[in-house]
Design a binder for this molecule. Structure first.
Ligand code: SF4
Length: 218
């Protein structure tokens, strides 16, 4: 398989970006520049690592063998690499067809549906659910797995409609977040509510910790 995808990172298991335990692939590169984006490190198109799609498929195969419930693709902006994304999800779909349980694909994009062209729709043809829309810091939300109220979680398959039926309007008391440490640096996974990262900054300073380099500030 010759297709490639430029990624920021991957992680398994993630339980803060979709139902159950998931493999998450964060792609690298985004030109949408939402004010307040928590992942500015994923913006440069020349950053991250370009990897063969086949390597990502093997990660997905391994996650399935370890009990994954689904796959989430976030970013960065996945639809700014439509060919690589299409190749990855097509191959990942073949893997899930051989599984002994249902596995769903969730894709995040900062684009609205009206902005998508044919190559974008081809790229998400295997997605069971797509979250559409830019992050808007002026529209806070408690809706699960969304950063702002304008972002629409849209089921696109029978599995997506069944598995996410009660989740599209679900607003938990506390949003799911996950903290991992990689290379000695803490890393927050999920969609923190508006103001949560500012509060985290303050709390850490209150503990006497110096916060010098974070992904949500220039
Ligand atoms: S929130 Fe998503 S779409 Fe917006 S700038 Fe950040 S990575 Fe790009």
């Amino acid at each position: 398989m010759s297709a490639r995808l430029r990624i920021s990172r991957t992680h398994y298991p993630v339980h803060a970006l979709g139902p159950g335990n998931r493999l998450v692939v964060w792609v690298q590169g985004c030109t949408l520049a939402c004010k307040g984006c928590m992942s500015r490190d994923t913006w440069p198109a020349e950053g991250g690592t370009e990897v063969p799609v086949g390597d990502l498929v093997e990660l997905w195969r391994s996650a399935v063998e370890r009990g994954a419930d689904g796959l989430t693709v976030s970013g960065g902006e996945p639809l700014q690499q439509p060919e690589g994304l299409a190749a990855f999800l097509t191959a990942a779909d073949e893997v899930r067809r051989g599984a002994d349980r249902e596995l769903d694909f969730l894709v995040y994009t900062g684009y609205d549906e009206a902005e998508l062209d044919r190559s974008h729709w081809d790229a998400v043809v295997h997605a069971d659910v797509v979250v559409f829309g830019r992050f808007d810091v002026t529209e806070p939300t408690d809706l699960v797995w969304r950063g702002s109220a304008n972002q629409r979680m849209t089921p696109r398959s029978d599995l997506g409609r069944r598995r996410y039926a009660d989740l599209v309007d679900h607003a938990p008391e506390r949003g799911p977040l996950q903290v991992e440490v990689r290379g000695g640096d803490p890393w927050i996974i999920g969609t923190p509510r508006v103001g949560a990262l500012r509060d985290l900054d303050r709390s850490m300073r209150g503990l006497g910790l110096r916060v010098t380099d974070v992904t949500w500030r220039p």
